[in-house]
Design a protein around this ligand. Structure first.
Ligand SMILES: [Fe+2]
Length: 330
């Protein structure tokens, strides 16, 4: 049976996938549908993945030529699925022990809603943007989500946000690069504000430039592409060629763009149910995790990452995150 794809309820972008069985025929339409729905698809009731985790990898391969093997890319061993190394586990449970972000302050918006917009909500990023070439698509599956009202994931539409930018701001960011860096290296906005000493970085850990506006390699649409506090380099950046640091012009530009991009016209808050599979295109969509009560509840999510079509500006680049001696051996 083929799938039906309808606009995602409660969102200005994205698609809801229903009615398919987990067969190649049913899911063959999903890669095109992902592009046609601004880089976001929700596939509910994929419980079969919990019983058969390689199914998630099989689905991931529909979206690109390379599904990351986390044993080979420097991931902490305790976060990699023991039987299926293409799955990274996001969980507060042992052995992963990954804690959720703190709740925003204040915890609710003035009208009692879930805070979404930057800078009230922090943590907006696109996966692995500190790598060149960056990844294409992530598949994120809820084995055991947080209870209702907690642990949502927020998503923002980079193409829609770009179209709505004022013309002068589009001009200002034309050809400009952001400087992205791996979290927890002492270069986040928070670390710089706290006066932390940046960690020494090996060549394969160095911050990486990425265009603020990427041309999506499949849709051809321009999309905003940046992160905020934790995944930009606030020591040398966050914007290449602009005054660096937390008080510089680069910081002001990140705040301006991120506030725009995470406004209500371009964002969607996903409230997870067990068996939900979300497919998001990192070239077009930002996301942010939210708080849940990790003392009281266990949350288990599985993610895969698909690489291979970053666009012509990355043509023939070797992988920045693989140490040179290892890539020479492979
Ligand atoms: Fe992420």
């Amino acid at each position: 049976m083929s799938v039906q794809i309808t606009p995602l309820p409660g969102a200005t972008f994205g698609g809801l996938v229903q009615g398919g069985d987990a067969s190649a025929e049913a899911f063959a339409a999903l890669p095109d549908a992902l592009t046609e729905n601004s880089g976001f698809l929700l596939v509910p009731d994929m419980h079969a993945i919990s019983d058969d985790p390689p199914l998630l990898v099989w689905l991931s391969r529909l979206f690109g030529p390379e599904v990351e093997d986390y044993r080979l890319t420097g991931a902490a061993a305790n976060t990699v699925h023991t039987d299926v190394p293409e799955i990274i586990i996001v969980s507060n449970a042992r052995p992963v022990n990954h804690l959720p972000p703190a709740p925003p302050d204040p915890a609710r918006t003035a009208d009692g809603g879930l805070p979404v917009q930057f800078p009230h909500r922090r943590g907006w990023h696109t996966d692995q943007s500190y790598r060149r070439p960056p990844p294409d698509i992530s598949l994120f599956y809820a084995v055991t989500p947080a209870p209702e009202g907690q642990g949502q994931t927020l998503y923002a539409d980079g193409a829609g946000a770009y179209v709505a930018l004022p013309g002068d701001l589009k001009e200002r960011i034309k050809g400009v690069d952001g400087l992205h860096v791996k979290p927890r290296t002492g270069r986040s906005e928070h670390a710089v504000r706290a006066g932390d000493t940046p960690q020494p970085l090996a060549p394969h850990q160095r911050p990486q430039r990425q265009p603020l506006v990427r041309t999506h390699p499949v849709s051809g649409q321009p999309t905003l592409y940046l992160c905020e506090a934790g995944q930009m380099d606030w020591v040398e950046g966050p914007i290449v060629g602009m005054e660096p640091g937390i008080h510089g012009d680069g910081a002001k530009l990140v705040y301006e763009l991120m506030t725009h991009m995470t406004g209500p016209d371009f964002t969607y808050a996903h409230h997870w149910k067990a068996g939900d599979l979300v497919i998001y295109d990192n070239r077009a969509v930002l996301h942010s995790a939210t708080w849940f009560d990790a003392e009281a509840h266990t949350r288990v999510m599985w993610r895969t990452t698909v690489h291979g079509n970053p666009g012509p500006e990355y043509a023939d680049e070797s992988k920045s995150w693989i140490p040179a001696e290892r890539s020479a051996m492979s």
